[in-house]
Write a protein that binds this ligand. Structure first.
Ligand code: FA5
Length: 337
């Protein structure tokens, strides 16, 4: 066999092997070139008729070609096997790759972060504290002694050792004042617990407490800061109003309403036709509370507020059942990505 014939044989064999579509085609080509009666085997057999010198050179080249073809055959067989496996498993190699699913922050976490961000811009420090509280911090120090009927306003979960699950974030007012010297501005987000459950009430929910103590802080500061907050979180056009209310730890006390974001204040089912939605309780810190932390009431004064995070999130995202936040259905959670 002449060198150019060998080269042509190599090219033809590699071309055919590489275009084999399946294992059966490939096997036929193996037989054609490398089988007992295959072209390479036949050529090797016919070496015996050649003169010694030629036998050596052509023989070496033929063996080299045989090795190349065998290696190529093996690789091709592996790749056809993999393709066949994929087909059996129903994998369509022409499909685009799957993107990994991305998670997102829970809507309540998003709301808490937004609230904290707004107050941080106004110089408030974010603090956190325990969910298992003592009677003293949750009630007594907040001017709610044991006999006080206001204790019944918040149905409390008591623990065996006399401790309780905090019913509001207001104990953080006491903790923050004891840990700092005035002036101070803090907000305290966190979980609170009450024996209470329906479409608007959950036994565990979130509040954000706010407290500002200074030597001049007045009711105007309370109104200004809370109005600013409402416009930041619900939009520039939001109107606010303050109604007189009662909390034992503030005097005077108010509740703040915002104009209904659903009907723009015209009256709808969500705002019970009033045009207003209540979002928080607030007031000037009661002197008895300042006394409980040994603050000089002739020098220091301030305001506090407590808002329900679920309430804010329900208004913001147009959700009418509080339980959706805790059922953790993926369809619901994915709509907040
Ligand atoms: C308080 O808890 C006071 N500590 C707020 C406060 C702080 C007033 C500082 C003055 C100064 P109230 O019980 O109204 O107040 O609760 C505040 C908010 O928590 C309510 O407006 C409501 O949005 C939310 N809330 C109350 N109970 C539930 C509940 N079971 N599920 C979901 N949200 C609730």
């Amino acid at each position: 066999m002449k060198p150019e014939e060998l080269e042509a044989l190599k090219e033809r064999a590699l071309k055919e092997l590489s275009s084999a579509k399946n294992l059966a085609d490939l096997e036929a080509l193996r037989v054609k070139y490398l089988g007992k009666k295959g072209e390479i085997t036949q050529a090797l057999k016919s070496l015996k008729d050649l003169p010694l010198e030629e036998k050596k050179t052509v023989g070496a080249k033929l063996n080299e070609l045989k090795e190349i073809l065998e290696e190529f055959y093996k690789e091709k067989k592996n790749s056809l096997l993999l393709e066949e496996e994929d087909r059996e498993e129903g994998i369509d190699l022409t499909l685009p790759g799957r993107k990994p699913e991305r998670g997102a922050l829970h809507p309540l976490t998003q709301t808490i972060e937004e609230i904290c961000e707004i107050f941080t811009r106004l110089g408030f420090e974010v603090v956190t504290g325990p969910e298992v509280e003592s009677d003293h911090y949750n009630f007594t120090a907040l001017n709610i002694p044991e006999w006080h009927p206001a204790r019944d306003m918040q149905a409390t979960f008591y623990l065996k050792n006399g401790a309780l699950l905090r019913t509001h974030t207001s104990p953080m007012q006491i903790r923050a004042m004891l840990e700092r010297t005035p002036p101070l501005r803090i907000i305290a987000p966190g979980k609170v617990y009450r024996c209470d459950a329906d479409v608007r009430h959950s036994p565990m929910f979130h509040q954000v407490e706010g407290l500002m103590i200074d030597d001049k802080t007045s009711f105007s500061d309370l109104k200004g800061i809370l109005s600013f907050f409402a416009r930041e979180i619900f939009g520039e056009k939001t109107k606010v109003r303050f109604r007189p209310s009662y909390f034992p730890f503030t005097e005077p006390s108010v509740e703040m309403d915002i104009s209904c974001v659903i009907c723009d204040g015209k009256g709808c089912r969500v705002c019970s036709q009033t045009g207003w939605l209540e979002i928080l309780g607030a007031g000037m810190v009661h002197p008895e509370v300042l006394k409980a932390v040994n603050y000089d009431i002739s020098k220091w004064q301030g305001f506090a507020f407590g808002l329900g995070v679920e309430r804010i999130a329900m208004i913001k995202f147009g959700i009418d059942d509080i339980r959706l936040f805790f059922d953790n259905h993926l369809n619901f959670l994915e709509s907040f990505k």
